[in-house]
Design a binder for this molecule. Structure first.
Ligand code: AMP
Length: 214
């Protein structure tokens, strides 16, 4: 099963993707996580992408697609792409790369959320350094301050969670990524889910949608 989860930053698609991947037994391919790991590991890719990540700007398409081809398309059979594609050019490259392998996407899920709610969520976000689980300072605080409920790892605030970076990421989403909603609708691959609903509701709607594909 090859899936794309689409939506503005803050829509919870990363958390959904990680839960869906675990439940369905497919690989969770987050380009954000791949890039952050590269920055942490001090690799060549990491050095190139660091400034983009810190500023909340998109990494250039060619580099992003090359990384996805190597780390996901060539390495895995079933996956959910989270945070990729983020531009029409990336979607075209993905389609072409899959076609070269005689493959195609099975479904695209669009997690819809308005900017006001996305901003509240993102500026209060806490992330586990160890397992990547997300919490929120106000809406979903961890049981013990600074400690992950899931694995006991240390929680931190991502460098792109400042109001300025969040506003930039949302603007960039509307300009470059939102056109993918129509792009995938035209290909009859798209379903939209209201991401302002409680997490477990969104998750069960997602799993229900994927049932015929399993
Ligand atoms: P995320 O964790 O998905 O919010 O991604 C964090 C950052 O990684 C983004 O703000 C971008 O700088 C970069 N990034 C992740 N995915 C992509 C992509 N598909 N294209 C370009 N940049 C990306």
């Amino acid at each position: 099963m090859k899936l794309v989860f689409l939506g503005p930053p803050g829509a919870g698609k990363g958390t959904q993707a990680s839960r869906v991947a675990e439940k369905v037994g497919i690989f969770h391919a987050s380009t954000g996580d791949i890039f952050r790991a590269a920055v942490k590991g001090g690799t060549d890719v990491g050095k190139t992408v660091k400034d983009y990540l810190d500023g909340g700007r998109l990494v250039p398409d060619e580099l992003t697609c090359r990384v996805v081809e190597q780390e996901v398309l060539d390495a895995r059979k079933d996956y959910v792409l989270d945070g990729f594609p983020r531009t029409i050019a990336q979607a075209d490259m993905l389609e072409a790369a899959l076609a070269r392998r005689g493959q195609k996407l099975d479904a695209v899920i669009h997690y819809a959320l308005d900017d006001a709610e996305a901003t509240v969520r993102l500026t209060g976000r806490l992330v586990c350094r160890k397992c990547g689980w997300n919490f929120h300072k106000v809406n979903m605080p961890p049981k013990k301050q600074g400690v992950c409920d899931q694995c006991g790892g240390e929680l931190y605030i991502r460098s792109d969670s400042t109001l300025e970076a969040v506003q930039k990421r949302l603007a960039e989403y509307h300009e470059k990524t939102e056109p993918l909603v129509a792009y995938y609708a035209r290909r009859n691959l798209l379903t939209t889910i209201d991401a302002s609903q409680p997490f477990e509701t969104v998750l069960s709607q997602t799993l229900e949608l994927l049932r015929p594909l399993r």
